[in-house]
Write a protein that binds this ligand. Structure first.
Ligand code: R5P
Length: 318
């Protein structure tokens, strides 16, 4: 198996290669003065199984074009198969028509990847569980939730793991899992199971599709029982982009008397001023993964990055 890397997340690719005990195959990525890219596979790949790893943030359009060209270069050079590892699959939030007249961007991306010859996709924590149905080729949908569960156990201590099942029931745990919107409820249920049925609640979030403005004003239960004895909330989301969902969730939880708020999100998209918004928010700590590379400059004191390299290496071994 030959492993190739796009240019969007080299630190993660190097960690994966180390886990696989392999070295990366060289690619020539030449950027013309006008920004166009020329891609060339240097090693012979005739009849070989190949893997290309490329995340699609930041700069999703450039990252995708590079990925299309790498897959095309490998297929044209006679590769037997091309597995694309796309830890963060950009455009996944536009997976259907929300308002009349819109393009389904994700479908266009998938069709292009399939038509250039991608044989299989490995990706992480997709926004919707329906996305895999859009693919004609096999897709391996990995999750960072087991990684989060381990970290949460470490933080709250082993004793707090033994919460009895059921929402609002008396429990020794002073911690609750929180989904910042109803769309994340499935994710939170899986994490709850990984944490011996830790209680959970979901915030009801509204987003204005025109302005992008967010309001988190209530919870999916009217009974105040779930708050009893809760001192710490763990907010879990698939991605953080502008940071507004998180800030609005934390503010609502603090208003409801929960002082310590820890954030776990798989994909650190971190657009615009997210770094400062998150650092200056009332969240206690923010855990993300390295599905998207965050430069030294983009990091901040409250941020901790957990690596998915091991999970991807295991996915490639199977
Ligand atoms: C939305 O449904 C997603 O799960 C995230 O909550 C959202 O994309 C985060 O975006 P932002 O950080 O811009 O609020």
């Amino acid at each position: 198996m030959k492993v190739f890397s796009g240019s969007s997340n080299k630190p993660l690719v190097e960690k994966i290669a180390k886990q696989l005990n392999t070295s990366l195959s060289p690619l020539e990525i030449f950027i013309f003065p006008d920004g166009e890219r020329r891609i060339r596979a240097i090693d012979r790949v005739v009849g070989q199984d190949t893997v290309v790893i490329q995340s699609t943030s930041p700069n999703p359009d450039t990252a995708y074009m590079e990925l299309f060209f790498i897959v095309d270069a490998l297929k044209r050079s006679g590769a037997k198969s091309v597995v694309a590892v796309v830890p963060y699959l950009g455009y996944q939030r536009q997976d259907h028509v929300f308002r009349d007249g819109e393009a389904v961007s994700l479908e266009v991306i998938i069709e292009t990847l399939e038509s250039v010859g991608m044989d299989k996709l490995i990706t992480f924590d997709l926004h919707s569980i329906k996305i895999p149905e859009l693919f004609k080729i096999p897709i391996v949908h990995l999750s960072a939730l087991p990684l989060f569960a381990e970290k949460i156990k470490e933080i709250i201590g082993q004793g707090a793991e033994v919460a009895p099942p059921g929402r609002g029931s008396p429990r020794p745990s002073d911690t609750i899992l929180v989904s910042p919107d109803m769309g994340g409820i499935r994710r939170i249920k899986i994490l709850s199971e990984l944490l011996s049925n830790m209680p959970f609640v979901s915030i009801v979030k509204d987003r204005d599709l025109k302005t992008g403005n967010i309001s988190s004003s209530s919870f999916d239960t009217e009974s105040p029982e779930w708050k009893k004895g809760v001192k710490r909330a763990i907010i879990v989301d698939d991605m953080i982009s502008t940071g507004r969902t998180i800030v609005s969730a934390v503010d609502l939880l603090i208003k409801n008397g929960i002082e310590e708020n820890l954030i776990f999100a798989t994909h650190p998209v971190f657009s615009n001023d997210a770094k400062n918004i998150l650092q200056n928010s009332r969240a206690s700590k923010i855990f993300v993964t390295d599905t998207i590379d965050i430069s030294e400059k983009g990091r901040f004191a409250k941020l901790e990055i957990l690596s998915v390299a091991n999970l991807i290496a295991n996915g490639l071994r199977n």
